[in-house]
Design a protein around this ligand. Structure first.
Ligand SMILES: C[S@@+](CC[C@H](N)C(=O)[O-])C[C@H]1O[C@@H](n2cnc3c(N)ncnc32)[C@H](O)[C@@H]1O
Length: 934
């Protein structure tokens, strides 16, 4: 069962007469338990309760211990359940006691409790969601009104589509969404006195529509018509008496088509039910996040899936502009003029979210600004003063129709709630209606729309390029922006989508934006488009932008594609949050690792870098500039190099077979070649790719040096293999392969160490605490799926196996999904190492040997086994620790404090070492390294 279904079942249970004996089972059924599970509990087989008083208890292992008690004993019973040894033994997360009048429960994991009258327990159903295996964030769990309202609107939506199938088609979806938005507004308005009196909307429908619901659509249509007609015009258009009690609302919300879908009896009853909820409790940012899934067939029922917590939204908004407003407010003290100036400044600020979803960033920005303004008004002795912060300053673009509708509604509701909070209900009501009909949330593709027309620089009348929200014809939405000198802050959480997941249209969006600015747009994440648009927008406006983004735009090749384009517009990184887990989405979405990057015009103010520490506190550091890799330091972009910058040995690809399977031997094939021991020694080598090396198992290959060709051809089995290769290569459409037919006895390249080879897998899981490099003997070679340092001094391996190198590779090469993609040209050739003395090299060699010996002690464990993050053997971990200790002392005479310090040192050294050198991009390709990167 999903959360929505559970809410329904729980509500239905609370509405039935209380049945003491049945309650525990009915409760468990409502939370998704199967009939068979309940049967076993009833029979006592799986009931672990030791609770004997009253009707006894029901204890479901790991879940809940429930007892129904005599009247007035709920508190006592809950305490007894808490203290019961069976509760602890069965590790029950919840205890619950009720006498049918009172209801008390406790979550033993969190210590949170619920105490309410029995009928109200559905208000707390989010509290018990873990019983159904649904874990979601606290704010969503606790927002019971928002959950219940969403759940019921969900049901209404589905029910309406059953009888009005055409409203679910692409052509009418907008009408359906618009209809739902109208309903939500009416429910809110009838509970908050906006519609003269309480419950007017629901009561009117209940009274005026027939019980069989045959005319419900006409009644609702008439109410909408009234809300779209000015009071003075009503008589002339013949608004009926019962609809005349409704105020004129319009604001675009009730203009356009007055069509209402037909209501079944069930749909009518759902509607009346929804109207009976207490809509004053709506929390516009949470509600918006939930309700936007209603119109989405795939996501309907997924509770809080798009919920972004207020603290996370503030991570963007605070450094972007709210911190500054608060600082100015603190500085102003009681000075009326300075306070006035700040208020004026705030009245001209625009906040623009070009991927606004249901408007949560805009709602939070609005509420925070209203809070500051209210304090200003307090200090100036004008507590009742009307707000000077126009809602229309909170602009958005959203590609999906329903969230765009909801965003505007959410802002309208937030404005009303702020007015009530800061000015009182009377004042709030006095100015609320009619709604402002200006269009400030645009439904469209933000990467195709002209942001200057949606959020124009200053003053001036602008036409919208996109379809507007509430039926205003395309070419009519015009706003006069009188905010001369105003600031614009762009914010949001645009969609992240790696290049492989982008649709053709999304790829085209990015290509169009990058046209003529870079040659390799293919790698960029979709979110990069918002940074480019914001950077371009800044060139024409006084604006700063900050987005939450996948951290991939600050790693690997994306850096050298995206950031030069952004910097070319003249912008700079103003502040940033380094990578952190965006873990507060509902549990059905894996947490993503994100960064927040703020870009704007260069200023003399220090740049701020925010980093989460291990306790999830935030450390703020300041510097003159921030690199696109999100470290403090001068601007730097690491580009591929053909050769190492320092004393490092050359790292090259392994050998591409291009052999049609004739040179590589499958298991058991060796015997069929009929070679004696001496021939095997001469013609057979072990060969590894990344996967073989990491997960164990290697293959064999035929290895024929030119000087041994004659002898090889004299062996029939080898001759046949060579012939096979020749045929395959000649048949290939690739000219390079055709040319290789002349060397049919060999792999494409013939790289092998004469003493040993250091192996570096080209792909390896980013979960491992170290890169799994290793050493193989001179009888072993590599495929092109691994890199090799042939006959290189072993201290090179100590470098590759270090934390420092892992941090460098993670940043400079980046990841593909959850793997590091090693690149010799981008990650190794650029790796800055200080001059090493002979002693340093000897120390590092010993460290590398110790790592290898530590691994051998666990033979036959594979690299994958040994580097499993939680199971890494102690001796191996210690060997790596020693290696890091030695290497880091070489860099700075002590261990680094953290990865940020490591990176900053590496960038500093890189800058010094490459000063005055050209990069691969500016030089012809090097013949030795050939292919650029893995
Ligand atoms: C990650 S959500 C963030 C929305 C909201 N701030 C939140 O936290 O729920 C990204 C939003 O961008 C919208 N979106 C996706 N592609 C878009 C495009 N090309 N133009 C405008 N909006 C887009 C999605 O529909 C979605 O609502």
């Amino acid at each position: 069962m999903n959360a929505v279904e559970i809410e329904e079942a729980v509500s239905a249970l609370a509405e039935q007469a209380f049945d003491a004996a049945e309650f525990p089972f009915a409760f468990l059924l409502a939370f998704g338990n199967k009939e068979t599970t309940i049967k076993r509990l009833r029979a006592g087989a799986s009931n672990k309760s030791d609770f004997k008083s009253g009707l006894g208890g029901v204890l479901q292992t790991n879940h809940i211990h429930i007892a129904v008690c005599p009247p007035g004993e709920t508190g006592k019973t809950l305490a007894a359940l808490r203290a019961s040894p069976a509760t602890a033994r069965a590790k029950a997360r919840f205890v619950l006691a009720t006498d049918g009048v009172d209801f008390e429960a406790e979550d033993r994991d969190t210590g949170e409790t619920v105490a309410c009258v029995y009928q109200d327990f559905p208000d707390h159903f989010g509290f018990f969601l873990p019983l159904a295996g649904i874990t979601t964030v606290k704010q969503v769990r606790e927002s019971s009104f928002d959950i219940r309202a969403t759940s019921r609107l969900n049901r209404l939506y589905v029910e309406l589509l059953k009888d009005n199938a055409e409203w679910g088609t692409a052509g009418r979806r907008h009408d359906m969404n618009h209809f739902m938005a109208r309903l939500i507004f009416c429910f809110f308005a009838e509970n908050t006195d906006i519609f003269n009196g309480t419950g007017l909307f629901t009561d009117t429908i209940a009274q005026m529509s027939a019980k069989d619901s045959s005319n419900a659509h006409e009644v609702i249509g008439e109410l909408f018509r009234a809300m779209n007609t000015r009071i003075g015009d009503r008589a002339s258009v013949g608004i009926t008496r019962w609809a005349d009690a409704f105020p004129y609302v319009n604001g675009g919300l009730f203009s356009g088509s007055m069509d209402v879908p037909r209501f079944s009896r069930i749909a009518r009853s759902y509607l009346l039910h929804i109207g009976n909820l207490d809509w004053t409790k709506i929390n516009p940012d949470i509600f918006g996040s939930m309700i936007q899934t209603v119109a989405d067939d795939d996501e309907r029922g997924a509770l809080g899936m798009h919920y972004t917590s207020v603290p996370n939204i503030l991570k963007v908004l605070n450094p972007l502009f709210l911190d500054d407003l608060r600082a100015r407010f603190a500085e102003a003290g009681d000075n009326p003029r300075t306070l006035l100036n700040l208020r004026k400044r705030m009245s001209k600020i625009r906040v623009f979210d070009p991927a606004c979803g249901s408007g949560n960033f805009l709602v939070i920005a609005y509420k925070e600004m209203r809070a500051i303004e209210a304090e200003i008004n307090q200090r100036r002795g004008e507590p009742d003063r009307r707000s000077e912060i126009p809602l229309t300053s909170f602009r958005g673009i959203e590609i999906r129709d329903f969230p765009a509708e909801v965003a505007r509604l959410a802002l309208i509701i937030a404005e009303f709630q702020c007015d009530v909070l800061y000015r009182g209900q009377k004042e709030a009501l006095a100015e609320f209606l009619p709604l402002d009909s200006q269009n400030w949330i645009t439904c469209g593709n933000a990467l195709r729309l002209d942001w200057l027309s949606i959020c124009p620089p200053t003053g001036g009348v602008v036409k919208f390029a996109a379809d507007d929200l509430f039926h205003t014809p395309l070419d009519q939405a015009q706003i006069d922006f009188e905010n001369e000198g105003g600031e614009t802050y762009i914010c949001g959480n645009p969609p992240y989508l790696g290049s492989t997941w982008q649709s053709a249209e999304q790829k085209a969006d990015i290509r169009t934006l990058l046209k003529g600015r870079t040659s390799s747009s293919g790698f960029l994440d979709y979110v990069a488009g918002w940074f480019i648009k914001a950077a371009d927008y800044r060139t024409r406006t006084n604006s700063v932008a900050a987005f939450v983004s996948t951290n991939s735009i600050c790693q690997g090749q994306s850096v050298s594609i995206l950031w030069p384009v952004l910097f070319d517009t003249g912008c700079d990184i103003r502040f940033a949050y380094t990578s952190f887990k965006w873990s507060n989405l509902a549990a059905n979405k894996a947490g993503v690792t994100v960064v927040i990057v703020g870009i704007g015009s260069p200023t003399s103010a220090p740049r701020r870098l925010y980093e989460h520490d291990e306790q999830n506190g935030v450390l703020i550091r300041e510097g003159a500039s921030i690199t696109p890799y999100l470290t403090l330091g001068p601007r730097i972009i690491i580009e591929k190099r053909d050769e190492p910058i320092g004393i490092l040995s050359v790292m090259e690809f392994g050998n591409k077979p291009s052999d049609g399977g004739h040179l590589l031997l499958r298991s058991g094939e060796l015997a069929s070649l009929g070679l004696d021991d001496a021939q095997r020694d001469k013609f057979i080598r072990r060969i590894y790719g990344s996967d073989d090396f990491i997960n164990g198992g290697s293959r064999l290959c035929i290895w024929i040096e030119d000087q041994n060709l004659k002898e090889a051809l004299s062996i029939e089995s080898l001759k046949a293999r060579i012939e096979g290769v020749r045929r395959v290569r000649l048949a290939s459409r690739d000219k390079g392969a055709n040319a290789l037919a002349k060397r049919a006895h060999q792999l494409k390249l013939m790289r092998i160490g004469t003493r040993s080879t250091i192996v570096v897998p080209s792909v390896s899981s980013a979960r491992r605490p170290y890169l799994p490099a290793g050493l193989v003997d001179h009888h072993t070679t590599l495929t092109n799926l691994a890199f090799g340092l042939y006959d290189a001094p072993p201290w090179n391996m100590a470098l590759i196996a270090s934390r420092l190198h892992l941090v460098w590779i993670a940043t400079v090469c980046g990841k593909l999904k959850t793997d590091f993609r090693y690149s010799n040209t981008l990650g190794w050739n650029t790796f800055p190492v200080p001059t090493l003395t002979e002693k340093n090299k000897a120390d590092l060699t010993r460290c590398a040997e110790e790592i290898l010996l530590a691994r051998e002690a666990h033979f036959p464990a594979t690299i994958a086994d040994l580097y499993e993050p939680d199971k890494m053997p102690a001796n191996l971990r210690e060997a790596h620790e020693r290696n890091d200790e030695v290497l880091e002392h070489i860099y700075i005479g002590r261990r680094f404090r953290n990865d940020t310090e490591r990176l900053e040192k590496l960038f500093e050294l890189y800058t010094k070492m490459t000063a005055g050198q050209a990069t691969a991009a500016k030089r012809p390709a090097n013949k030795r390294t050939g292919e650029a990167s893995a």
